[in-house]
Design a protein around this ligand. Structure first.
Ligand SMILES: NC(=O)c1ccc[n+]([C@@H]2O[C@H](COP(=O)([O-])OP(=O)(O)OC[C@H]3O[C@@H](n4cnc5c(N)ncnc54)[C@H](O)[C@@H]3O)[C@@H](O)[C@H]2O)c1
Length: 446
């Protein structure tokens, strides 16, 4: 293949000099788990950042110097606002002053499990109406291969603009892992793919100012696929280990012991752990973007569908195991049993309950007549059985009164020794009680 010659024109040179001279205005559309940490990193890199969101409430909160994202402290937002480095707005007209626009809006599934790209289209409608010449647009929302080129590019070209010359368009997947104190937006390497080589080059330059490790790929489609490979890899391996957990139960084996032992192999094995199911805005959703796209090409993505099937049945499996535990250990039925659930967030030490399997487990338990109460230090209120329920105090009496305590999320703040010592019996879906004196006649593991 002939190597494409780079044609760096007037708009490229102008944007390059603004970025390297610390004079670029960076816009971020969507100020959630992805967009807010990114905005703060861009501020730290020296950009003047404007955050755009449809939520008036969120915009007001941020402009008061407050954060609603666990990983971003209030002080980071307050300092950025005070130093005139960050403002949030609901006014799309301000996009006209932006040199770069990063789009970080949600990409959920529709009720029929098809990609819902309506948020991207709504954000792009703003961009299309207000973009100025010479702007870099980067889509960060996770989506199927082809979205940037097939949906976004035509919207901008409609205005008579040419990609790589009059504007620059890239896809760069966000990899942030909420609650992960080791890897943040700043120190997680980033992948960038542009519509043309000039788009990739300027996209890389933009992110290089704040993130040291940038990896360029040949196209926006390639960058979109990278993210789906990463998250499908997780979904499939979690599906595999969840099935191994079910198999180990049949075989009378402790799956956690098996995984720990297998993980001593220094090559060719990477431990994944079973649990009550998948949660969050990424792993349960993203692989379906890929399988949906493949269906349109007459290809059935078998691994994705199988893993999705196993993972989505884990809440039912957990309920079956709790029922068996009550029956075998206390001759009790699930119906009218008092259960105390610990943790409802989809993973430890965060407040996010999107797609949390804990909500499915609780709903299924309640459907079978169990009387469920819950505690989660991060989640004050959740809904089930058409009612709203508040997090209960974690007291000795509450634990001791319950027929069983069920650990669904392994928050670090829980004192697991105290829980096991005071509970009648414990069903632990996360191996959270590992490393404490656990009385095997009291604790049952997934
Ligand atoms: N949460 C994660 O861990 C994570 C990690 C990597 C990638 N992603 C991907 O990043 C994207 C964003 O996810 P998130 O978790 O930050 O979502 P989020 O729900 O936390 O935040 C999205 C924000 O966008 C705003 N918004 C919605 N429509 C808008 C519009 N038309 N214009 C302006 N603002 C709008 C919402 O009000 C909200 O503040 C998704 O595609 C997701 O798959 C998420």
């Amino acid at each position: 293949m002939a190597k494409q010659r780079s044609k760096k024109g007037k708009w490229y040179r102008e944007l390059e000099s603004k970025i390297t001279g610390g004079k670029a205005n960076a816009g971020v559309i969507g100020l959630g788990y992805v967009g807010l940490p990114l905005s703060i990193e861009l501020v730290h890199a020296g950009y003047r950042v404007t955050g755009f969101d449809v939520s008036d409430q969120k915009v007001k909160l941020l402009n008061r110097g407050k954060s609603d994202i666990d990983d971003v402290p209030d002080s980071a937002v307050a300092n950025a606002v005070k130093g005139n480095k960050f403002r949030a707005t609901t006014d799309p007209k301000k996009l006209a002053n932006m040199d770069t626009i990063s789009i970080c809006v949600p990409t959920p599934l529709s009720k029929t499990k098809d990609p819902d790209v309506s948020y991207i289209l709504a954000a792009m409608d703003w961009v299309k109406r207000h973009i100025s010449k010479g702007t870099l647009v980067v889509l960060e929302s996770t989506t199927y291969p082809g979205t940037t080129e097939d949906l976004i590019l035509p919207m901008l070209e409609e205005k008579g603009l040419k990609a790589g010359q009059d504007f620059f368009l890239c896809f760069s997947p966000e990899r942030v892992d909420p609650g992960n104190a080791t890897y943040t937006t700043k120190n997680t390497p980033r992948v960038v793919g542009g519509i043309t080589p000039e788009c990739t080059a300027i996209g890389k330059l933009f992110y290089e100012q704040s993130i040291p490790n940038i990896h360029g790929v040949s196209s926006t489609r390639a960058a979109e696929m990278v993210k789906l490979l990463e998250n499908t890899f997780r979904a499939v391996n979690i599906g595999l280990v969840n099935e191994v957990a079910v198999m180990c139960d049949r075989l009378g084996l402790d799956v956690w012991e098996i995984i720990d032992a297998a993980a001593t192999k220094p090559f060719g094995f990477m431990p994944f752990y079973p649990g009550p199911g998948l949660g969050g805005h990424c792993i349960p959703i993203d692989p379906h973007y890929l399988s949906w796209k493949l269906k349109s090409l007459n290809y059935y993505a078998r691994f994705i569908e199988l893993a999705g099937d196993i993972n989505s049945h884990m809440p039912e499996y957990v309920v079956e195991r709790i029922a068996r535990m009550l029956n075998e250990r206390a001759s009790k039925a699930l119906n009218k049993a008092n259960l105390f659930v610990l943790g409802v967030a989809y993973k430890k030490d965060i407040k996010d309950v999107r797609e949390s399997p804990a909500l499915d487990v609780i709903q299924l338990l309640a459907k079978q007549g169990a009387r469920v109460k819950y505690n989660d230090p991060f989640v004050p209120e959740i809904a089930w059985n058409a009612g709203s329920h508040r997090s209960q105090k974690l007291t000795k009496a509450a634990i001791a009164k319950a027929d069983a305590t069920v650990i669904l999320t392994n928050h670090s703040s829980y004192d697991y020794q105290w829980i096991v010592d005071n509970a009648k019996m414990v069903f632990d879906t996360r191996n959270a009680t590992k490393g404490i004196r656990r009385n095997r006649s009291k604790v049952e593991l997934l």
